[in-house]
Write a protein that binds this ligand. Structure first.
Ligand code: IMP
Length: 416
């Protein structure tokens, strides 16, 4: 049976999935996104040129690969159309599920208004409207991409929805568009997106049946999963492996090899618990050396040390076969490198991810640092202390580290 390969983030997102997906996309016929929206941001460097992808599957950078945006995605037409402009000849190479949900400008306005109203309890969302778009989907008042094919009907439905929800919009200080404005906006989206809208479930089944290779590209990370992350400080989609089935119409039996992506340290954007966060000089140094500023919002990322407990949780929940350890070179020059091996919660040692991570203090193990790993392409050429670090992580997490990245460049990758 032909099985598909899956790449998922094991931490709080921004693990560097883009580079690995880009690498793997060279050997796959199809690359598919299954969840999230333009809150995601993959930066890929090819031949020194930087591409910031948000909704577009990373297969777009392999001229031979085709790309699917699955039904689990919330798609902002305006943002996606801007992203499409970076690439030529997408027809026949890009397929958007008619069942994906539309993320419209009012979703972003609701997201921002809700965050404002929450004050210091804010989640720290990307403000892109992801939560409100998924809320509408689950509340069964959302609109699917397929509805763009009849914009007259779609505009009427949305205006009708506005008429029922007017007091809520008024309370949030949000002006809603008129039917004419909507019609114009939606017609523009339809004119551009129509050639790409299709039944991607049928498409992916036939691609699998034909024995072609398929790569599924996760967005965000396990600790941001709506069910299994640090709720409520999470995103609104299923970011773990299971989300790939939901978001593309696959069965668990379709999933083959799972590659989990983790950075050699940890970062998080937005609020919520992050036990191994380093608020001192080391955290700042990680941010500077790792250029840890969001590709989507430009926000400085919170930085800290590798968290073995969270990683073990992520490896189990995603069924990870091999870990890809990213940005090892960012640890270059540190004299000591810390790793969180357990949490201290109210004086109790905890070695699993509990119901609530708030207040969990890290219990660290220290490793000796190294001078430089930048650009190393063979495991044998790494400094001994870097090899020790990697092998200890493997042992503690209980999963093989099969890929190691030593710079943003495509070629600076160790495959073991
Ligand atoms: P939302 O997805 O915009 O609703 O944001 C919810 C939380 O997920 C916030 O803490 C965001 O910073 C975080 N988040 C969403 N997408 C990403 C991502 O691609 N990388 C890292 N964090 C993300």
């Amino acid at each position: 049976m032909n099985r598909v390969n899956l790449v998922v983030g094991l931490q709080w997102g921004d693990e560097g999935k883009g580079k690995i997906v880009d690498h793997l996309a060279q050997n796959h016929d199809f690359v598919c996104r299954f969840g999230g929206g333009h809150n995601a941001g993959h930066t890929i460097v090819v031949d020194g040129k930087k591409y910031a992808l948000h909704l577009m599957p990373s297969g777009v950078l392999n001229p031979k690969a085709k790309n699917i945006i699955g039904n689990g995605v919330v798609l902002s037409p305006s943002n996606f159309i801007k992203e499409m402009e970076q690439f030529k000849n997408l027809e026949g190479r890009l397929f958007i599920s008619d069942k994906a949900h539309l993320l419209l400008p009012y979703h972003a306005l609701i997201d921002q208004a809700k965050e404002r109203l929450k004050g210091d309890k804010a989640i720290g969302t990307t403000g892109k409207g992801i939560g409100p778009a998924y809320v509408d989907k689950v509340a069964r008042v959302g609109h699917r991409v397929g509805e763009l094919l009849d914009v007259e009907e779609l505009s009427s439905k949305i205006v009708n929805y506005f008429s029922h929800t007017k007091p809520i919009f008024d309370a949030m200080g949000i002006d809603t568009p008129t039917r004419e404005e909507l019609l114009e906006e939606l017609s523009h989206y339809r004119d551009i997106l129509k050639p790409y809208i299709t039944d991607t479930t049928k498409l992916i089944w036939s691609v699998i049946d034909e024995g072609r290779s398929v790569l599924l590209e996760g967005a965000q990370g396990t600790m941001l999963d709506i069910d299994h992350g640090t709720y409520p400080f999470v995103t609104s989609s299923t970011t773990i492996s299971a989300g790939a089935c939901l978001g593309l119409g696959l069965s668990p039996k379709d999933i083959g090899d799972v590659t989990g992506i983790a950075k050699a340290y940890c970062t998080r954007v937005g609020n919520g618990p992050f036990p191994s966060e380093d608020l001192g000089a080391d955290g700042n140094r990680l941010r500077e050396q790792g250029h840890e500023f969001g590709t989507t919002t430009g926000r400085p990322r919170r930085c800290g040390w590798f968290d073995v407990v969270a990683l073990k949780h992520a490896v189990r929940i995603n069924g990870v076969d091999r870990i890809s350890l990213m940005k090892l070179d960012v640890l270059d020059g540190f004299e000591k490198i810390k790793v969180c091996i357990a949490y201290d919660i109210d004086g109790k040692r905890v070695d699993y991810v509990p119901y609530d991570l708030e207040g969990a203090k890290p219990i660290y193990k220290e490793f000796k640092g190294w001078k430089s790993t930048k650009g190393v392409r063979e495991f044998k050429d790494l400094p001994q202390t870097a090899k020790d670090y990697i092998e200890s992580l493997e042992e503690m997490v209980g999963c093989r580290i099969g890929i190691i990245s030593t710079s943003p460049e495509r070629e600076d990758t160790i495959i073991r």
